[in-house]
Design a protein around this ligand. Structure first.
Ligand SMILES: *[C@@H]1O[C@H](CO)[C@@H](O)[C@H](O)[C@H]1NC(C)=O
Ligand SMILES: *[C@@H]1O[C@H](CO)[C@@H](O)[C@H](O)[C@H]1NC(C)=O
Ligand SMILES: *[C@@H]1O[C@H](CO)[C@@H](O)[C@H](O)[C@H]1NC(C)=O
Ligand SMILES: *[C@@H]1O[C@H](CO)[C@@H](O)[C@H](O)[C@H]1NC(C)=O
Ligand SMILES: *[C@@H]1O[C@H](CO)[C@@H](O)[C@H](O)[C@H]1NC(C)=O
Ligand SMILES: *[C@@H]1O[C@H](CO)[C@@H](O)[C@H](O)[C@H]1NC(C)=O
Ligand SMILES: *[C@@H]1O[C@H](CO)[C@@H](O)[C@H](O)[C@H]1NC(C)=O
Ligand SMILES: *[C@@H]1O[C@H](CO)[C@@H](O)[C@H](O)[C@H]1NC(C)=O
Ligand SMILES: *[C@@H]1O[C@H](CO)[C@@H](O)[C@H](O)[C@H]1NC(C)=O
Length: 261
């Protein structure tokens, strides 16, 4: 009597416990190391995940080639592009865009080194919107040639280098004085900026605010929504979706691993 009572009533429950125990044990003991390694990190209040990876803090395979960034001592995310450092102000993973500003724009040091240089982007990865305003910076203006030119002198900036003999001018790229400035100053450099209609902000503020650009990399959302973490295999040059069980090609297949669904 008791025998059959136990078997019919408790056995299934006991079995369920054993099954659950095994599944949980499997889940905790065999979690894929690459999945664990690609846990999003933060730098300041910014979440850093694919396609970005923080050098020396995250494995290279957690990011996409060309998206290595660093987190500086002030907890600012820094992206190096063509000899200049850019501070990443905002990352929008949804629209695959980011806003950056040249780190030199923040230098209140009179030497303002390193100076802003022409941006040259790897167009396969980062793209500026086509209708783009730029700030022209002329670092090598002959102060003697400027001294009687009151219009050009209005564009003189104190930061960004210069001494008694050499001055720096800054103006927007549609300024009618551009030609006359390059005559007296030689070649300038262009820093992209975002200008909004009707606003009245200084060029220094514009440089600090920076500019938006889009990035091109594998779209991570499908993998992420399936519970995975995106990555990239440099050897095979293919996108990977690191899932708790193992790396997959595109996304973590549902039902294959999770028993609750
Ligand atoms: C940067 O972030 C780390 C970790 O959150 C924190 O320990 C450190 O104090 C922060 N540093 C600054 C300058 O805010
Ligand atoms: C990425 O894919 C998701 C859905 O698969 C889509 O909603 C999103 O717009 C895509 N993002 C970009 C930048 O194409
Ligand atoms: C200004 O920059 C120079 C060279 O980059 C550096 O030697 C100096 O210490 C800086 N001064 C200040 C006040 O930051
Ligand atoms: C600036 O221009 C003046 C007049 O052309 C010239 O005499 C002087 O050497 C120039 N100075 C510099 C630093 O190039
Ligand atoms: C600027 O004006 C002063 C006074 O008129 C004149 O002496 C000087 O030569 C001018 N400088 C240049 C570079 O034209
Ligand atoms: C400006 O030029 C003069 C003459 O060329 C020179 O003696 C002087 O040292 C220069 N000043 C600076 C700050 O470079
Ligand atoms: C920077 O780019 C501008 C515009 O493309 C060009 O006129 C200028 O010569 C470049 N400057 C340097 C130093 O390459
Ligand atoms: C822009 O702002 C400056 C000071 O912030 C002010 O002097 C100037 O009149 C303003 N210009 C316009 C067109 O509003
Ligand atoms: C990349 O793929 C190769 C070949 O499949 C594999 O041997 C290697 O471990 C992979 N690397 C990473 C970081 O996943």
């Amino acid at each position: 009597m008791n025998h059959s009572f136990f078997f019919t009533t408790f056995s299934p429950i006991v079995n369920l416990f054993i099954a659950t125990f095994f599944l949980l044990a499997k889940k905790t003991s065999c979690t894929d190391p690459q999945f664990l390694a690609c846990d999003p990190k933060s730098c300041g209040d910014q979440k850093i995940s694919f396609p970005f990876h923080i050098q020396n803090a995250q494995e290279e395979y957690c990011g996409y080639p060309g998206f290595a960034i660093s987190c500086n001592e002030k907890n600012k995310t820094v992206l190096s592009l063509s000899n200049n450092e850019y501070i990443i102000q905002e990352i929008d993973y949804q629209s695959q865009s980011l806003r950056v500003s040249n780190a030199a724009a923040f230098g209140k040091n009179t030497s303002c080194a390193p100076q802003i240089q022409n941006i040259s982007l790897n167009e396969d990865i980062f793209r500026l919107p086509t209708a783009r305003t730029g700030v022209f910076l002329f670092y090598n203006c002959n102060s003697t040639l400027l001294e009687n030119d009151s219009k050009l002198l209005e564009h003189k900036v104190d930061c960004f280098g210069g001494n008694g003999n050499v001055s720096t001018l800054a103006m927007l790229d549609d300024d009618p004085l551009l030609g006359s400035a390059s005559e007296k100053c030689g070649a300038g450099v262009v820093a992209p900026v975002d200008v909004y209609r009707g606003e009245n902000v200084s060029i220094g503020k514009m440089l600090e605010r920076g500019f938006a650009m889009d990035w091109v990399a594998s779209n991570c959302s499908e993998c992420e929504e399936s519970g995975g973490r995106c990555g990239f295999n440099i050897t095979t040059y293919h996108f990977r979706c690191f899932c708790p069980d193992r790396p997959h090609g595109r996304l973590c297949k549902s039902g294959e691993y999770f028993f609750s669904s």
